[in-house]
Structures are given as C-alpha cells and as structure tokens.
Design a binder for this molecule. Structure first.
Ligand code: AMP
Length: 117
C-alpha cells in the first residue's frame, strides 16, 4: 500500500498552500517553485502514487483532473495562448512526489517538450 506524502497535508489544509480549487475529489494549488508564470498542481484527493497505479475505477477521477485544469487555465487567462499538462512518472519521468499530480504550465512559450542532450 502506498504511503501518504505531504500532499495529503496540503489537501487537509494542515500545511499552507496557495490553493485555487478544491472539491470532494480534486485539489489544485500553485507550485512552490514555478517553472512558468502559471504553474499549478492538480491532484486527486485520493492517494494514487504514480501513473502506473491508476485503475479502471479511477478513470472518471483522472478525467476530472483535466476538467479542473481547463477551468483554471481559463481563470489564469492562458486558455487561448495555450498551456501544457504534464504528469511525471517515476525516476526517468522526474517524479518527486508520489501522489499523482497534473502540472498545468503556461503564460509563456514553453519550448520543446523534452530537453535535447
Ligand atoms: P514532480 O517532480 O512531478 O513530482 O513534481 C513535484 C512538484 O511539487 C515540484 O514541481 C515541486 O516544486 C512541487 N512542490 C514541492 N513542495 C511543494 C509545496 N509545499 N507546495 C507546492 N508545490 C510543491
């Protein structure tokens, strides 16, 4: 069974965050170390450690992450200019926090998807 991360404490408001959205299923807050003018993390309230741990029963929940991303992109004023949604998985994907999260990045041209070299 996966272990809870500090994201649980953010969901439960036990540690502070710049929270932008929360409902019974999903929480979204600004990344503490933004890589773009808009950098928001959108996470399920339920612990799913990595993309490898997503089950069929989670399909609606994963879809909801994208629905919330769409709402927040509009709220941030980047829906027309564009943005990128990324979920890192495990070591080569650069995942640091083992509670899945969608990075919503935008507010400037983001360049290549993967750095070359
Ligand atoms: P990943 O590398 O995909 O697991 O992303 C983890 C993200 O969590 C990184 O972009 C971090 O900057 C971000 N992060 C770490 N601690 C916090 C925090 N306390 N509040 C908000 N974002 C955080």
């Amino acid at each position: 069974m996966a272990e809870e991360t500090f994201f649980r404490k953010i969901i439960d408001k036990e540690i502070p965050s710049d929270m932008l959205y929360q409902d019974d299923f999903v929480t979204a807050f600004r990344d503490i170390s933004p890589q773009a003018p808009t950098h928001i993390l959108i996470i399920p309230n339920k612990l799913i450690a990595t993309a490898n741990d997503i089950e069929i029963e989670d399909e609606l929940l994963i879809g909801k992450l994208y629905s919330v991303a769409k709402i927040l992109a509009k709220q941030e004023g980047i829906d027309e200019s564009g943005y990128r949604l990324i979920m890192n998985c495990n070591q080569d994907g650069g995942q640091e926090v083992f509670h899945i999260h969608l990075h919503l990045l935008g507010g400037k041209p983001l360049g290549q998807l993967v750095a070359v070299g």
